[in-house]
Design a protein around this ligand. Structure first.
Ligand SMILES: CC(C)(COP(=O)(O)OP(=O)(O)OC[C@H]1O[C@@H](n2cnc3c(N)ncnc32)[C@H](O)[C@@H]1OP(=O)(O)O)[C@@H](O)C(=O)NCCC(=O)NCCS
Length: 370
């Protein structure tokens, strides 16, 4: 069988950056307004007063220092607390498709390919804009690509599960050159009024080219993909296309991201390190044989835990690069941003892209610099 490669990546970064201090200032203004407006109920013990957030907590608990978002002024307005974007008509390019095309063109340039070389587009993200028509088919149309396209959703592992699908489609002879795009516009799903999570997410879009017979200069042979899922309600979003027929009226908060962060931390960590160790042993490799780990970017303490389990205390920080300090948790795009920015390896050196998150879902992709 011909070798299959990741041959190019692209990242679209939104133009608006928000520091922790800016985010916390607006959150605390929102809290003060809420408490003043609801003073009677708070004093009567009917509802609890809201508490302030703090930049020190955010950095200590998560390692996040800033995030990029698609719109900033409305998000920081204590009377709104979420971005505001113009609705687009059905005959205009959707927001997700627009940023997907930008990231895709960058990935194609890095792979030394034209859109017409591609024969399949997979848009795989946790934060898809709509159910149908598929954003992937819209992107396919915009780039003038022949062949087929489809959307898929696998929580924070959507990008790597998408790469796995591309790898399998090429192996099965259905395609030869595939774009996997992850428009993670998390702002639409995040609850910026929730103290436990208002700081967690950022927006971004990544794109990856997977192909056989690559002529790209900087490419990585896919040696293996390993996937695992196990059901958990600890990361959940109840927004859905059946909400309108349920005998319940959902509040806005009930249609946004919720998690039990502590339990996620505890339960997902052993799951990740054991899956990577299993994969390495299946290939007669040890953790030291892996030059770089491009891990999911949700929490700096989680990544430190995984790396410590694999490499012990003594490892240099460039073995597992961090981008969440700048980008925050960008859902499935995080490990791909890390790969895009820190993929300078020597020929023959190996690396692992590993995502983990809602589902729970994990995917580890073992690569070798070609
Ligand atoms: C979300 C996360 C950063 C929270 O960190 P944590 O240390 O578990 O924080 P907790 O929610 O347990 O809260 C700890 C304390 O900080 C306080 N706190 C929570 N949010 C706060 C905020 N914004 N500002 C200040 N204090 C805060 C809590 O009230 C609590 O105080 P207490 O100990 O007096 O009760 C962390 O659990 C995490 O990253 N988990 C994994 C998440 C993940 O990867 N999810 C996948 C999403 S796709």
């Amino acid at each position: 069988m011909e070798d299959i490669y990741i041959s190019g990546t692209g990242v679209w970064t939104p133009p608006h950056k928000i520091s922790n201090d800016e985010l916390v200032k607006s959150f605390n203004q929102y809290v003060d307004l809420f408490n003043a407006e609801n003073a009677d109920q708070i004093n009567a013990g009917v509802i609890d007063a809201l508490e302030h957030s703090s930049s020190e907590f955010i950095v200590k608990a998560s390692g996040i220092k800033s995030r990029y978002v698609i719109e900033k002024d409305s998000l920081l307005d204590p009377k709104r607390m979420k971005p505001l974007i113009e609705a687009r008509a059905d005959d205009e390019l959707s927001f997700s498709a627009e940023v997907s095309v930008i990231a895709a063109k960058q990935a194609l340039e890095n792979a030394d390919l034209k859109p017409s070389d591609i024969d399949c587009v997979i848009v795989s993200a946790a934060n898809l804009q709509r159910a149908y028509p598929a954003v992937a088919i819209e992107v396919q149309n915009e780039l003038g690509i022949e062949g087929f396209a489809y959307d898929m959703m696998v929580g924070c592992s959507a990008s790597t599960f998408g790469i796995n699908n591309a790898y399998s489609d090429i192996k099965a002879g259905k395609s030869s050159k595939i774009l996997v795009i992850s428009p993670e516009i998390t702002s639409g799903h995040n609850n910026f009024k929730n103290r436990d999570g208002h700081f967690i997410f950022g927006d971004v879009c990544t794109a990856v080219v997977i192909e056989k017979a690559s002529k790209a200069k900087n490419k990585f042979k896919i040696i293996d993909t390993k996937l695992k899922t196990t059901f958990s309600n600890n990361i959940r979003n109840n927004f859905g296309y059946m909400n309108t027929i349920e005998d319940k009226k959902y509040s806005e908060a009930e249609q946004l991201f919720v998690q039990n962060g502590r339990r996620v931390f505890k339960e997902v960590m052993p799951f990740v390190s054991s899956l990577i160790l299993e994969q390495l042993s299946e290939h007669n490799l040890s953790p030291e044989d892996i030059e770089r780990y491009w891990l999911h970017q949700a929490n700096i303490n989680m990544n430190a835990y995984v790396i410590k389990k694999l490499l012990g205390d003594d490892f240099s920080s460039d073995r597992a690069p961090i981008v969440l300090d700048e980008y925050a948790n960008t859902s499935s795009a995080g490990s791909i941003i890390a790969f895009h920015k820190y993929n300078q390896l020597d020929d023959g050196q190996k690396g692992i892209i590993c995502s983990f998150g809602a589902g729970y879902s994990i995917c580890s992709i073992l690569l070798e610099k070609a």
